[in-house]
Design a protein around this ligand. Structure first.
Ligand code: M6R
Length: 608
């Protein structure tokens, strides 16, 4: 799971490549590198850590060339190190950058070693460079050698290649990892994400699995898996992604938290009328098909999975439809029994997560009623591979920790529940309430930002702890899980969430004065039960921080009770998420972690 970019231009491409990598650091940031195909001798620079280190090295060396390729890495095979950083080369002639995983790397390593290739890194990627070189030495040109090489690879890859004998050209191949070709003026590009070439290219061609490309500054040629030239659809670059800046915020995550009112509005906009959801907002024919939904299977990972867990109750109440929810990484390994009329729903911010994608591909072979994707990236593979889809319209989410992606997914899931309930002609009043609540959500989220001051007062009391517990009941258990995930991934404090009723079955043993307990206590049908659970915490000396309503009966020091806005039944889970994001963000700031790019993680997890 890495970001790759290549450029062929009438100007020097070094800066273009580094800037492109910076925009793709969400895909990995443990090392970076590039190679510039200079006239005299190709210049390769690789650095450990973030792209800024590569940028510094570039300033010192000032290399110049009109074509080159670059890479930002999230280590899979081989530790993060300079030797394992891309590009990888073969015989000072072929250089490659690769995103994906080569599954038959052991066989290839043995085969290439026997041929006399000196393999210098622990990566599976380096083998691709040697294979291309080996195939080229059998009399093929670079493109033919690349095509032949891919026939010998098992796994997923997007690859960009330069050949020092072919100045001014970049070659590329795609299989199960995203790759596009960008078209500019007197320059062309290959990249993992349109974001990397926003502001440079005017449009792009999404490559399909099995495609190859050859670009120069003036030409783009795309070939299908049989090696014949093909046309792919040209898509203009979305002008909204031209500039992704922090807009004066300290971090992208902070900006993305505070963008949520607008993001949620965009998720709902144009999809509802007064008290009703519009037909076919998931695509042509979707409403008619939803008539037959008897069950729903959700798959997702991480935050997106929490969205499914939160939404389950809405589907059960509004559509009277039972739901199954699986970790995408586990789903296909349990040989799921698929009952008739089951709708398969994938949730993913990126639409590229390998585990979710693999689940989707598996589901295609089963007798599901159809596949719906809820995602934020319209050009994503999941969106293209599904029968129906809805885009969450959150705008680019750069911080590794999902914030606006989650709340807009909740909005989209509620729209899906409404769409199914509408076509089934059931629960009309509840549906009208749900839609009304969705419209109120942006203002309530705005109101919840007012809690920041109060949260600031508890930040230091949590920032110096090693562990934290999050409690909730019903849907608020899923929100508590999301809150705990936020805290652990950006502050590195170990945080776990439990349904409050489970506490006495084990986790209560963890409660002491060193373990803050964060509880979500909206006034719902479970609040009385929750209050007794919280008493159990208090009587064991635990420090409680409670988010609840003004009328709450919980007896707790005022400083530790965060007064939430009065929410509706359907928008409360969205609103209760916000202070947990702010809490995690402020705690991480206080601990000084790299919270837009937390250690060991990447935003888009394109390996299984
Ligand atoms: O792009 P996806 O929504 O498919 O990503 C799935 C998870 O990797 C992601 O939700 C992750 O858990 C969050 N970024 C954590 O904040």
């Amino acid at each position: 799971m890495c970001g790759i970019i290549g450029a062929a231009s009438s100007r020097s491409v070094g800066k273009i490549l580094v800037n492109g990598l910076k925009k793709m650091e969400y895909r990995g940031y443990d090392s970076a590198g590039l190679i510039l195909n200079q006239e005299e001798k190709a210049v390769q620079i690789r650095t450990l850590g973030k792209v800024s280190n590569l940028e510094e090295a570039m300033v010192q060396e000032k290399p110049k060339a009109d074509s080159g390729i670059a890479h930002t890495r999230w280590a899979t095979h081989g530790a993060p190190s300079e030797a394992n950083a891309h590009p990888h080369g073969s015989c000072d002639n072929i250089y490659i950058v690769h995103n994906g995983i080569i599954e038959n790397h052991n066989d290839l390593r043995e085969q290439l070693t026997n041929k006399g290739y000196a393999i210098k890194s622990e990566t599976d990627s380096e083998l691709i460079a040697h294979l291309i070189h080996s195939n080229k030495s059998k009399g093929k040109n670079t493109l033919e050698a690349l095509i032949k090489t891919t026939k010998e690879l098992d796994g997923a890859y997007s690859i960009a290649v330069i050949d020092t004998d072919e100045k001014g050209k970049v070659f590329a191949a795609k299989q199960k990892s995203p790759l596009l070709v960008g078209k500019g003026i007197e320059e062309n590009f290959v990249a993992s994400d349109p974001l990397a070439i926003a502001g440079l290219a005017e449009s792009f061609y999404l490559l399909e699995d099995g495609d190859f490309a050859e670009i120069t500054k003036t030409d783009i040629r795309i070939f299908g898996s049989d090696g014949n030239e093909v046309n792919r659809e040209e898509t203009p670059i979305d002008t909204n992604i031209q500039e992704v800046t922090k807009d004066g915020y300290k971090h992208f995550m902070e900006k993305e938290i505070y963008e949520q009112p607008e993001a949620i509005s965009r998720a709902v906009e144009g999809r509802t009328t007064e008290g009703e959801v519009l037909d076919n907002i998931f695509g042509l024919g979707s409403s008619e098909a939803f008539k037959n939904v008897k069950r729903i299977q959700f798959v997702a990972c991480g935050t997106s999975l929490h969205a499914a867990k939160t939404a389950r109750k809405w589907f059960e109440e509004l559509c009277e439809t039972p739901c199954y929810i699986d970790f995408a990484s586990e789903y296909r390994y349990r040989n799921p029994l698929v009952e008739d009329h089951t709708l398969f729903v994938c949730i993913s911010q990126s639409g590229e997560t390998a585990d979710t994608m693999a689940a989707l591909n598996y589901a295609k072979e089963k007798k599901y009623l159809g596949i719906v994707t809820i995602c934020n990236v319209p050009t994503s593979t999941m969106a293209r591979e599904s029968d129906w889809k809805i885009f969450t319209n959150a705008g680019p989410e750069i911080g590794v920790a999902s914030t606006k992606a989650f709340t807009t997914q909740l909005a989209a899931l509620l729209l899906l529940a409404c769409a199914i309930s509408k076509i089934k002609k059931i629960n009309n009043d509840k549906r009208a309430n749900a839609i009304d609540d969705l419209h109120q959500a942006p203002d309530l989220v705005k109101e919840s930002f007012g809690l920041k001051k109060h949260i600031d007062e508890i930040v230091e009391k949590i920032a110096d702890k090693k562990n934290a517990l999050y409690l909730g009941r019903g849907v608020y258990f899923s929100i508590a899980q999301e809150g705990a995930l936020k805290l652990k991934e950006i502050s590195y404090i170990h945080a776990e969430a439990y349904p409050a009723g489970e506490l006495k079955h084990g986790p209560l043993a963890l409660v002491d004065e060193m373990t803050p307990v964060v509880a979500l206590a909206p006034e719902d049908e479970l609040v009385e039960k929750l209050l007794s659970n919280l008493e159990e915490v208090k009587s064991r000396g635990g420090t409680l921080y409670v988010f609840g309503n003004s009328g709450s009966k919980i007896k707790i020091d005022k400083g530790k009770f965060m007064n939430m806005p009065e929410c509706g039944y359907y928008n409360a889970p969205i609103v209760y998420t916000i202070p947990l994001q702010i809490l995690a963000y402020e705690v991480a700031c206080s601990r000084g972690t790299d919270l837009d790019q937390p250690r060991n993680l990447a935003k888009s997890v394109t390996v299984e």
